[in-house]
Every structure is written in C-alpha cells, then in structure tokens.
Design a protein around this ligand. Structure first.
Ligand code: URA
Length: 230
C-alpha cells in the first residue's frame, strides 16, 4: 500500500495532510523514515510511527476501553463528555464507534470498532452475544432475587420476560449476572423489577472477552481481531 494511503486509512488526516507527514519525514515504517508518499510497502505486520509514536497497521480497528463513570457513549452527549474523548485522534478520525451503549454511570468493558459488520454481529438481537455485569445492589442479594433474575422478570414496555442466563451471588449485596440481549437500562430495570436497586454497575465481560485486569479505568487497548470477542 502507498505510504500516503497507509496514514490516510489509519486516521492521520486528509490525503493532503498525510502526504505532508510523509514528505516532512515525520513518519517511519518498520523503523525506517521514508519520505516518498507514493512509495509502497506491505501492510502485513506493519508497525509505523508518526512523530515518534508507534501504531500497528490495522485494516479494521477493534478496541477495548475500560470505561470510567461520567462518560456518555452517545455521539452527541448531553450531560457528560463522550467516551470518544478517551481515544486518540486517529481512532476518532477513522470512525471508531462504541458497540452498544453503557450508561454514563456504568463502568467497565466497552468495545469500539470501525468494522460495520462486526458492529452488526455483536449487537444484532438474534446473535445473543453474552454480556456479564458485576452489580452492587442497595439491599442484600437474596435467593429470591437470584431466582427471579434467572427465571425472568417482565419489564414495562416489554412483551416477554427477560432473564439472566447466569446469576451468581458474590457478596451480601453484590452479584454477577449475564444477559444476552441489550435493552435500554436492562440490568437496572431487571434488578428493580426483581425488588432491589442498582447502586453500581460494571461490565466485566463482552462475548468471551473479560475486562483485562491490567487495563486501568479510562485506558484502552487494541484487540487482535473479532476472535477475541466471539
Ligand atoms: N444495563 C444497564 O442498566 N445499564 C448499562 O449501562 C448496561 C446494562
């Protein structure tokens, strides 16, 4: 791929800006500064750098973010900054978007990608991709609560009861539960419908990907491909 195209596809600005970055010697490819924007290089396993910062070449970006409280997943946030603020400009420019949404006060694993097919595959209701949450409840987690969540609770405006595919009590007022659908405020509404209240909510897994324990709140990392998730 041409050097100009490499920077352009990876979100480093307009074609004109990308040509300039290469021509000015601000970009290196596999460690070598190359200044002809029309020169070609193989992109497989390519690591390039711009102004000394390394980037892997990824045809499609798939990112895991440990979302902190106080960020909105919406593109047009109303009350808090957007999660997109936590990502560097090239990822925003290349059109990375959150896969589904977490509430502003929910923390934990958020996937972002610019791969439309993957976005669809991870969010389509018929795919039933599991999402696991750690829930701190206001009141003790009783056997009755666990049983109601596991057998299904009917939420206002829903036709069918929604159930957790797995529920485990972890401490007096803490449980973990897995859901395979993604309705609005689903976990909070399910817990409320079962007679308790969510005090804190963290997503700890999406598909087969667990929230990496070494990823700090507000931190992000590349995922090597969809197989990390589904
Ligand atoms: N369920 C909720 O209620 N909120 C979230 O952010 C995610 C799932």
């Amino acid at each position: 791929m041409r050097l100009e195209d490499i920077l352009f596809t990876q979100g480093f600005g307009t074609r004109h800006e990308c040509r300039g970055l290469v021509a000015l010697g601000r970009a290196a490819f596999n460690g070598e500064v190359m200044t002809d924007p029309d020169a070609e290089i193989a992109v497989e396993s390519l690591v390039f750098s711009v102004d000394g910062k390394d980037w892997p070449f990824c045809a499609r970006a798939i990112i895991a973010l440990n979302k902190p409280e106080g960020y909105e997943c919406s593109q047009k946030p109303l009350h808090h900054p957007s999660v997109m603020k936590l990502l560097p400009a090239p990822l925003r420019v290349r059109g990375v978007q959150p896969v589904g949404r977490l509430d502003a006060d929910t923390t934990g694993l958020l996937i972002l990608t610019d791969d439309g097919q993957l976005q669809h595959r991870l969010t389509h209701p018929r795919r039933h991709v599991p999402k696991r949450y750690r829930v701190v409840c206001r009141h003790d987690v009783t056997q009755d609560l666990v049983q109601k969540l596991a057998s299904g609770v009917l939420l206002v405006d829903e036709r069918e009861p929604l159930r957790a595919s797995d529920v485990v009590r972890c401490a007096d007022n803490v449980l973990e539960m897995t859901i395979t659908s993604g309705k609005y405020h689903q976990v909070k509404r399910m817990i409320a419908a079962a007679g308790n209240r969510v005090e804190a909510l963290e997503r700890i897994a999406f598909g087969k990907l667990r929230l990496p324990t070494d990823l700090p709140r507000g931190g992000w990392r590349w995922l090597c491909g969809p197989q990390a998730i589904v």
